[in-house]
Design a protein around this ligand. Structure first.
Ligand SMILES: Cc1cc2nc3c(=O)[nH]c(=O)nc-3n(C[C@H](O)[C@H](O)[C@H](O)COP(=O)(O)OP(=O)(O)OC[C@H]3O[C@@H](n4cnc5c(N)ncnc54)[C@H](O)[C@@H]3O)c2cc1C
Length: 425
């Protein structure tokens, strides 16, 4: 029997029907239906694990807006010329053919929680017994005054991978010696805490390898500190001396506005001119999460740390960037780890299979320069009110080149592993 909240327990008792108090698998007539919204790091993994582990006992449907998925992870390596675009783009065919998952290519527009139906943008409906919501993030464009969806065509955010990533790459490749790149970094919480700083490293790698030594990269950060700061700053001093300038809020005083028509980023301190401006605004859970009333005032969705079950609805699980995952960062690794806990719990709910205690893990690798990789990670377990970290590790400054190369090679193995875990082989 799943962990029932006080509210749903009251509903069951109130209904007074003993059959309703039985677990789903003991009373259902047809095959139970597990539906997933979002075929990214969280959703694709959850769909695959449910289909793979439940076999014929579960009907699994994956709803995804796009026909193919470009990973944000390793999109920085694409910018730096270490990967090509095809190698970070993956299709859903194997999930359909090898795992029997019904893949619905379309936009989920709403969730009718009373009827347990996902309502698609074309009006069609997909019924569920359990629903996994893994839509990733939406960008809050106006968190940076002057920025908008239209401005993003000139000042790309590239924080959702795909055409935006290709636009940023084209603009980076067009930079000439002496021209300046300006990044407006995001405030917490956002997907991939080290991501902006790995991106800057990869941009600097391109400038350096093309001999554009008079060009600079300026980071305007709304945060006073950032992930793996000492490691990045050591790496920037070593590989790209004088090329990267980072300004925290105590120096720039606040971001006043950006102007896509002039390439200006105005702060209290000064106005910075960018020939390429990369604006990464604040973030919230993907639209469907708030439309389904699963998100709270923070813009993200509260979950039960032991199961990933939504605090708003016992039949719904929210995983990945859209959820409030306690100490876990918003990363592909985290989403993949949370997906396995949700998939196991749903199988328990719907087929009566055994549910083991939840365990979570994460590692975030970043490449600073060729073969100079660093990492940060932790193990996690459910605590009373949140997913809590139980042990941590981080690369150290001053590590030797062999260890850094091994760390980079580990990340290549991880990419192969996680994409196989998501999309099958
Ligand atoms: C530059 C960058 C670098 C990164 N590097 C790393 C890294 O090295 N390691 C790491 O672990 N993480 C990294 N990340 C973070 C990682 O990409 C995200 O944390 C992860 O993708 C979150 O998974 P998710 O399932 O929550 O969302 P996503 O992977 O974004 O998947 C969401 C999916 O849902 C679909 N969708 C959304 N709404 C709907 C709807 N209404 N109907 C149908 N489909 C919908 C979207 O099309 C998308 O395919 C990086 C991120 C960035 C931006």
């Amino acid at each position: 029997m799943p962990n029932l909240t006080r509210r749903s327990f009251g509903l069951l008792v109130g209904a007074g029907a003993t059959s309703l108090a039985l677990p789903y698998y003991a009373r259902a007539q047809g095959k139970p239906k597990a539906v997933v919204i979002g075929g990214g790091a969280g959703g694709a993994t959850a769909a695959r694990y449910m289909a793979k582990d439940a076999g014929e006992d579960l009907d699994v449907t994956l709803i995804e807006a796009n026909p193919a998925y470009t990973t944000c992870f390793f999109s920085n390596l694409y910018l730096g010329g270490f990967r090509d675009f095809d190698s970070i783009t993956h299709g859903y065919d194997t999930l359909a053919s090898n795992y029997g998952i019904t893949v619905v290519n379309g936009m989920a527009d709403a969730v009718d929680r009373d009827a347990k139906m996902v309502v698609m943008a074309d009006g069609s409906k997909v019924p569920y017994d359990r629903l996994v919501v893994s839509p990733g993030i939406d960008l809050i464009y106006d968190s940076v005054p002057g920025y908008s969806e239209e401005a993003a065509e000139i000042m790309p955010h590239s924080w959702k991978a795909g055409p935006q990533t290709q636009l940023l790459k084209a603009k980076l490749d067009a930079i000439e010696n002496g021209q300046q790149i300006v990044m407006v970094a995001p405030p917490n919480p956002y997907r991939c805490p080290p991501g902006p700083y790995e991106r800057v490293s990869m941009m600097a790698h391109i400038l350096k390898s093309k001999g554009l030594n008079d060009s600079k990269i300026v980071i305007i950060d709304p945060k006073p500190k950032f992930s793996k700061q000492a490691l990045f700053q050591e790496g920037w001093d070593k590989h790209y001396p004088g090329m990267i300038e980072w300004y925290g809020p105590d120096v720039h005083g606040g971001i006043v506005k950006v102007d896509a028509s002039t390439g200006e980023v105005e702060t209290d301190l000064d106005t910075f001119q960018g020939d390429l401006v990369n604006v990464i605004p604040a973030q919230k859970a993907g639209m469907i999460a708030s439309k389904a009333a699963l998100a709270n005032d923070s813009g993200f969705c509260a979950i039960d740390p032991a199961s990933m079950r939504s605090k708003e609805d016992d039949s719904i699980f929210v995983i990945g960037d859209a959820c409030i995952a306690g100490d876990m960062p918003k990363s592909g690794f985290s989403a993949n780890s949370q997906a396995k806990v949700a998939a196991m719990t749903i199988r328990g709910d719907l087929t009566g299979s055994r549910v083991f205690p939840a365990k979570y893990s994460n590692t975030c690798w970043s490449l600073i320069e060729t073969n100079d990789g660093v990492k940060v990670g932790a193990q996690y377990a459910p605590a009373e009110e949140k997913i809590a970290s139980t042990s941590k590790f981080i690369s150290q400054t001053g590590e030797d080149a062999g260890l850094r190369q091994a760390t980079y090679e580990e990340s290549i193995g991880w990419y192969k592993g996680i994409t196989t875990d998501m999309f099958g082989a």
